[in-house]
Design a binder for this molecule. Structure first.
Ligand SMILES: Nc1ncnc2c1ncn2[C@@H]1O[C@H](COP(=O)(O)OP(=O)(O)OP(=O)(O)O)[C@@H](O)[C@H]1O
Ligand SMILES: [Mg+2]
Length: 363
């Protein structure tokens, strides 16, 4: 990485009237990397890329591209392009003219513009649609035109601020794959913003998790998901339960929470199609299906838990429990079937190795 730094943010600070939004952020990005800024609304993602694009000036810190300090350069001199959520296409121009607008500004000949626009249309899989009116396109097609319009300028860095946010889930999935394909094909560095953790995990080489104007952790999707450093990262990215016990804080992901009573413990090793999920047979599963000391943080302990609520979302049954000390724990499992009912008492646990110790940042 050190040999291959393409873009660096060094100690970037930015305040608005409302207060300090970026509190001294550092980031090194490699050539051709797909890096995602992931974080809750208002944490400073857009401000960060506006500073990279030159649309906002930092109060302190520098932006370095290929070894050159570009902090004071105007946007058009940076070789950086931005795609926003709302496309910002020119409604009165057809698709090809929208795409080749940047070339027209740079006085590229009409013939070359046409050829380049056609190449870009192929790239975004809209070949032959150059003469269409923008108003006749679907949301997904408009976003492809916006992507083509940015890529035609051959930027060194493409900044994408929630580019798929306006699309429905199915189209978003499809466009995620296509964007990733284009990025690898072209070898352009992408700095991508989303607050969708799945999107970040699916697309990124690395994820920078942002929280209140700082990066809490920067790492591969694997590192962020399996080795979260802080309770915020564990909760935001892995939807983990944050468990506080004996002065330590642990993250336990919901799929690793095992229900020990009145429910087939389908999430531990060895669980498979052989384990039935019907209510009657689940009742007959031994009360403690796995030796307790293997399941829990503290040897020999498991937790009495009250079922608070069950809900179904994204193909997962989510069961929320309350422990005796008031902490809440969520278990998730595939499928709808569960014999547990709200208000019922049961016992839950997890394997010691599934509890990752994290720095507690109060979340
Ligand atoms: N031009 C501005 N003037 C004043 N405050 C601003 C300005 N731009 C951003 N802010 C404030 O800075 C904070 C961070 O904003 P930013 O747009 O960077 O957040 P974000 O992480 O992109 O959020 P979202 O996910 O909602 O887009 C917010 O509290 C916002 O209100
Ligand atoms: Mg934003």
């Amino acid at each position: 990485m050190a040999d291959n730094i393409h873009l660096s943010l060094k100690g970037i600070r930015k305040s608005f009237k409302s207060g300090e939004v970026l509190k001294g952020i550092d980031l090194d990005i490699a050539q051709g990397e797909f890096i995602t800024l992931l974080g809750a609304s208002g944490c400073g993602k857009t401000t960060t890329i506006r500073i990279i694009a030159g649309l906002d000036m930092p109060d302190e810190g520098r932006v370095i591209l290929d070894g050159a300090d570009i902090t004071d350069l105007p946007p058009e001199k940076r070789n950086v392009n931005t795609i926003f959520q709302n496309y910002a296409l020119f409604p009165h121009m057809n698709v090809a003219d929208n795409i080749s607008y940047g070339l027209k500004i740079r006085k590229v000949s009409k013939a070359e513009r046409r050829a380049k626009a056609e190449e870009m249309l192929r790239l975004v899989r809209l070949e032959g649609r150059g003469d269409r009116k923008v108003s006749e396109l679907s949301g997904g097609q408009k976003q492809r035109v916006a992507i083509a319009r940015a890529l035609i300028n051959e930027p060194k860095v493409l900044l994408l601020d929630e580019p798929l946010g306006a699309l429905d889930l199915k189209l978003r999935r499809q466009m995620q794959l296509e964007l990733k394909r284009m990025q690898k094909q072209l070898g352009i560095t992408f700095i991508y913003i989303t607050h969708d953790q799945e999107e970040a995990i699916n697309m990124s080489d690395r994820i920078a998790v942002m929280h209140k104007g700082l990066f809490e952790q920067i790492g591969t999707p694997d590192e962020i998901y399996y080795r979260p450093k802080t309770s915020y990262v564990a909760n935001f990215v892995g939807n983990a339960n944050i468990i506080r016990e004996n002065g330590k804080t642990y993250a336990v992901r919901s799929e690793n929470v095992v229900i020990l009573e009145k429910e087939a413990a389908v999430h531990f090793e060895g669980a498979g199609p052989g384990i039935t999920e019907s209510a009657q047979e689940a009742e007959s599963v031994p009360e403690t299906a796995v030796p307790a000391q293997k399941l829990t943080i503290k040897d020999g302990s498991e937790y009495d838990a009250k079922v608070l609520e069950k809900s179904f979302a994204g193909g997962q049954l989510r069961i929320e429990f309350e422990l005796k000390d008031g902490q809440h724990v969520v278990a998730s499992r595939s499928g709808l079937n569960s014999v547990l009912t709200a208000g019922q008492m049961t016992r839950i646990g997890w394997r010691a190795e599934h509890a990752v110790e994290v720095i507690d940042d109060g979340i």
